[in-house]
Design a protein around this ligand. Structure first.
Ligand SMILES: Nc1ncnc2c1ncn2[C@@H]1O[C@H](COP(=O)(O)OP(=O)(O)OP(=O)(O)O)[C@@H](O)[C@H]1O
Length: 657
């Protein structure tokens, strides 16, 4: 898969070159580097911060603004009780296995995946087929040494391996243990036996306050804060449904083996939406019509279970109609996620949506699709989109008694024929004394069928016998002087329900990295000259201002241009170093700066400047005013370079590169 990775211009993608660029130009860097670093923790430098902020800004416009979502910013420290109730304390875990001799720890599914993949690679080599190197990390190569021998496998084994890999996310710990036994999977570096997989909870534990008696965790997702505020948000939204909340913030997961740079880290920025919808009526979405023709590459559950990976291009309207995607709201968000990914510059050929298999789904999910982006590390989940049903609101309501539900006036009052119980409370208390409340609760919880049966007992025998396990013998007699059971009509004017939740959940760091891979290419004339072709809206800096030389005459123009761009809210950088103009542009191509303005002697004479397009290196020449207008429309995405080049005179006079 990784071997298929090509750049936009169809040449092989070179990950080592991109990663070296990103570190050299300070997109990101290992945290605590001078202390030796900590695996899975990274700091972002100026271009990484700007790129992240721009993606988050587009995310806000695309989702929050478009649908008037209610944004919240909740605390990252979360008390134990909340995450116990949500199920994270018991179930938010991955499977790990330990080498008892060396003490090394492996994430079981990743280990099985890596070993089988490397054996398949060895098989290809033995058959004389071309294989691409997938991992440059020298530590990883060392671990893999024993498994990449060029050994030919039987055809049936190759097929088995491929089937396992297609559904690798579907296995539980026991199944992974069996696979490891069956396929003799050991510590790849030492060939030592491994202990069977055990669950490892991914949350970082802490205690809140000095007395250490309030245990807590760093949140593993932003979602819980949104659920706990549901009643207040519904009130804020004037009780109107459906509505969505949104939150952007850091989450923390103590990953067993962080790897692949920014793709699997222990602290990362998440942007999550919780869309609350009425579970009745097919979970419709009011704007579904707007997206129904959006085409998605869908990899469904059945295809994966059959051990295959082929995708089908399907309009989301059709996918919802045929039931492949469970409901309109889920479908609406899948389409909106696709549009967002395109808007930030993901390569349309490297996006797919993969449905979760039953075992793979989180403990709360009813249906789930991941938006995956193809990178040199394979297909990587960058956005999860789950139907969490009513799970979270229900469990928190049950635990706390808070009304995490909707009360809506009914259009038509609902008439319900039912058996109702009337208890004479004045006599009930003195008769049952301290057990009164327990007996009353047991009677109130009787089903309609039992009530009907007991009404006959009451008529025939003048008493009923109720099961109350915690009182006396467990059977309690209630005489007819204390109770009446009658069939009556109840009119309900208000409907109460717990909303279901559709949750698109974005990992911003994964998007940043995948986008860099999708945007990276090198100039044909010089492979060392990397370019990051971010769309102007996403690019960390929009404009590079380059005076031809350090000549004093250019200085006032630099100031004028910087001020003019600042006035229209566009970020720029000045490079007045002594390097050649070509070098200065090349440096900024690496940072993805889409536009460059050159100040030359002609500028001093007639106040015109050249504007350069990063990707084509073509230039136009015009007045400050016209150039600023062009920049503004390019950065806002209302015009492409071809529009600007058609409007403004081309400049051929000087080859800046
Ligand atoms: N360790 C991580 N590092 C960076 N981003 C992450 C990490 N874990 C999750 N994310 C991001 O958060 C999003 C939502 O989280 P979710 O719980 O759905 O992930 P997940 O299914 O646990 O991911 P994975 O299976 O890759 O561990 C993911 O789509 C991903 O973009």
């Amino acid at each position: 898969m990784a071997g298929d990775m090509t750049t936009k211009d169809g040449r092989p993608f070179d990950r080592a070159q991109l990663e070296s660029l990103m570190k050299r130009r300070l997109f990101y860097t290992p945290s605590f580097d001078i202390y030796g670093g900590v695996s899975g923790l990274y700091d972002y430098g100026p271009p990484g911060c700007a790129l992240t902020n721009n993606i988050v800004d587009i995310w806000r416009k695309h989702f929050v603004l478009k649908e008037n979502m209610l944004e919240v910013d909740c605390t990252m420290l979360t008390p134990y009780e909340v995450l116990k109730t949500s199920g994270h304390v018991d179930k938010f875990a991955d499977w790990m296995c330990k080498d008892p001799k060396t003490g090394e720890i492996f994430r079981a599914d990743h280990l099985v995946e890596e070993v089988l993949e490397s054996r398949l690679k060895g098989d290809k080599e033995a058959r004389g087929e071309k294989v691409e190197e997938k991992e440059e990390d020298p530590k990883k190569k060392k671990k893999k040494v024993k498994n990449i021998a060029a050994v030919k496998l039987e055809d049936a084994v190759v097929q088995e391996y491929e089937e396992i890999l297609a559904k690798i996310d579907n296995y539980n710990g026991e199944e992974l243990g069996l696979l490891m036994k069956k396929y003799d999977i050991k510590n790849p570096a030492t060939n030592g036996e491994l202990l069977p997989p055990v669950a490892f909870n991914l949350m970082f534990q802490t205690s809140i306050g000095p007395s250490s008696n309030l245990p807590g965790y760093l949140r593993p997702e932003t979602a819980q804060g949104q659920f706990l505020n549901f009643a207040k948000l519904l009130e804020f939204n004037q009780q109107s449904m459906p509505f969505a909340s949104a939150s952007i913030g850091k989450s923390f997961r103590n990953e067993i083996s962080p790897r692949a740079g920014l793709l699997r880290v222990r602290e990362f920025l998440m942007a999550e939406i919780e869309h609350f919808v009425d579970p009745e009526g097919g979970k419709k979405h009011p704007f579904f019509e707007e997206v129904k023709d959006v085409e998605l590459e869908l990899l469904n559950r059945d295809v994966q279970l059959a051990g295959k990976t082929h995708v089908e291009t399907t309009k989301i309207g059709k996918a919802v109609k045929t039931g492949l995607v469970d409901n309109e709201t889920l479908g609406y968000f899948l389409a909106r996620i696709q549009l967002f990914l395109l808007r930030i510059g993901a390569d349309p050929k490297k996006i797919r949506f993969r449905q979760h298999m039953a075992n793979e789904m989180a403990h709360y999910a009813a249906d789930c699709w991941d938006a995956e982006l193809l990178t040199s590390y394979g297909w990587i989940e960058c956005v999860g989109c789950a139907d969490r049903s009513a799970y979270d609101l229900s469990v928190h309501m049950k635990k706390t008694g808070a009304p995490l539900m909707v009360r809506e006036p009914r259009k038509e009052p609902l008439k319900i024929e039912e058996w109702q119980v009337d208890i004479d409370k004045k006599k009930f208390g003195p008769k049952f004394k301290k057990d009164g409340k327990t007996v009353e609760a047991a009677i109130e919880s009787l089903t309609q069928d039992l009530r009907e049966k007991l009404s006959l007992d009451l008529e025939k025998e003048g008493k009923i016998v109720v099961d109350v396990p915690s009182v006396g013998s467990g059977k309690v007699e209630v005489p007819k002087e204390l109770i009446a059971i009658e069939k009556r009509t109840r009119v309900e004017n208000v409907r109460e329900y717990t909303p279901n939740v559709i949750e698109p959940s974005f990992g911003i760091g994964r998007l940043v990295y995948a986008l860099c891979e999708h945007s990276y290419w090198a100039r044909a004339e010089d492979e060392a000259r990397g370019v990051l072709s971010f769309p102007p809206t996403v690019a960390p800096t929009k404009v590079l201002i380059v005076p031809l030389s350090s000549h004093g005459d250019f200085k006032p123009f630099v100031r004028t241009l910087s001020n003019a761009l600042q006035d229209i809210g566009i970020s720029s950088r000045v490079d007045d170093s002594g390097a050649s103009i070509g070098k200065r542009y090349a440096r900024n191509d690496e940072l993805g700066t889409p536009l460059g303005i050159t100040i030359d002697f002609q500028s001093v004479k007639d106040n015109t400047f050249t504007l350069r397009d990063r990707d084509s290196t073509k230039q136009v020449r015009s007045s400050l005013d016209k150039i600023c207008k062009a920049i503004s429309s390019l950065v806002n995405g209302t015009e492409q370079w071809s529009d600007v080049a058609a409007r403004l005179p081309a400049f051929e006079g000087q080859d800046v590169d």
